[in-house]
Design a protein around this ligand. Structure first.
Ligand code: ATP
Length: 304
């Protein structure tokens, strides 16, 4: 008999930005070897699980037309993977409220998977450790373990092997959301093509950046932000150059494509500056919409 808590349970999971994303060579399994520094931001998806007779999925909020509501949705895949591993019945209603831009390079799908994993484990009263959840998370996607953990972390392997990083204080970000998404595999293919054609510069070691994050000084962090996928994202969406330029002209300390893009993330000196940069970006017409966020924040968390 299942020990199911008969009440809806909501788990909130954060978006991420990669402060450093060093992309190595392609591995025999087709994935690229990564060295990355993630930071979780105060932009969330909420995933609510309700026991039901069958597994169903309902999505509302930001960019829903591009989110699958069939079993390919990462939240549904997470529930099914956990159910198979711990011999449970995955029947439940999953409601996702998207606040994280879809296909925006901010790990929205991974956040939903992490939230669904934590939610289902809680609903079923599973006695699992974080390591157990991490193992299932890594089978669902490279960013899912980080979405569980949140805060700031160094990721290696495909990004799924995490070491927590010390971060002092709060960093303030303005996010410029693009009109069209970018497919992560397409961006990696474009990087491979650019690397065959020439030698775009590669991000070096993240050591200095990690020290800057630990210092809590955004001025020190700004010049160290690095993303090897940025050249590929700009090649596929050249208009992002204008967005990056506009953010700098508006007073951001630094601007970078977030992960595989096309969201552009601007590091600002203060919360007020982030709002000012957002207002200018919105007025400049260089993006679909803007959001202001801060980080680091915790990973997937049950909402009381
Ligand atoms: P990442 O930064 O992890 O590479 P992303 O943030 O660029 O990913 P997502 O928002 O995760 O992109 O969406 C990528 C694709 O995944 C979407 O186009 C969609 O088809 C699919 N997808 C599956 N499940 C979800 C979900 N729960 N939310 C959003 N997209 C999902």
């Amino acid at each position: 008999m299942l020990s199911v808590v008969p009440t809806p349970l909501t788990v909130r999971a954060p978006a991420k930005v990669n402060l450093h994303l060093g992309v190595g060579d392609v591995r025999p399994d087709g994935f690229h070897e990564l060295v990355t520094v993630f930071q979780a931001l105060s932009l969330h998806d909420d995933v609510t699980l309700t026991p039901a007779d069958e597994l169903s999925l309902h999505v509302t909020g930001e960019g829903v037309r591009d989110v699958p509501t069939d079993p390919t949705n990462l939240a549904a895949r997470a529930v099914v993977a956990l159910a198979e591993r711990y011999d449970r019945d995955p029947a439940m209603r999953i409601d996702i409220v998207k606040g994280i831009p879809v296909a925006g390079g901010m790990a929205g799908g991974s956040a939903d998977a992490a939230a669904a994993l934590l939610g289902a484990a809680t609903l079923w009263g599973l006695e699992v450790t974080r390591d157990d959840l991490d193992e299932v998370a890594a089978t669902l996607g490279s960013d899912v373990p980080f979405s569980l953990h949140g805060h700031t972390a160094l990721g290696t392997g495909r990004g799924e092997r995490l070491i927590p990083a010390l971060a002092r204080g709060e960093f303030h970000w303005t996010l410029a959301l693009a009109r069209e998404g970018l497919s992560t595999p397409a961006v990696y293919r474009e990087l491979d093509r650019l690397r065959e054609a020439g030698a775009p510069p590669r991000a070096g070691s993240p050591d200095e950046l990690l020290a800057a994050v630990a210092s809590g000084d955004p001025h020190r962090l700004a010049p160290l932000l690095a993303n090897d996928l940025q050249a590929a994202a700009l090649s596929l969406q050249p208009g992002l150059r204008r967005t990056l330029r506009a953010g700098m002209e508006a007073g951001a300390l630094a601007g970078i494509v977030s992960g595989s893009g096309p969201t552009c993330a601007f590091l600002c000196a203060s919360a007020d500056d982030a709002v000012d940069v957002g207002t200018e970006l919105a007025g400049a017409g260089v993006c679909r919409t803007v959001r202001v966020a801060s980080g680091p924040v915790p990973g997937a968390t049950v909402v009381p």
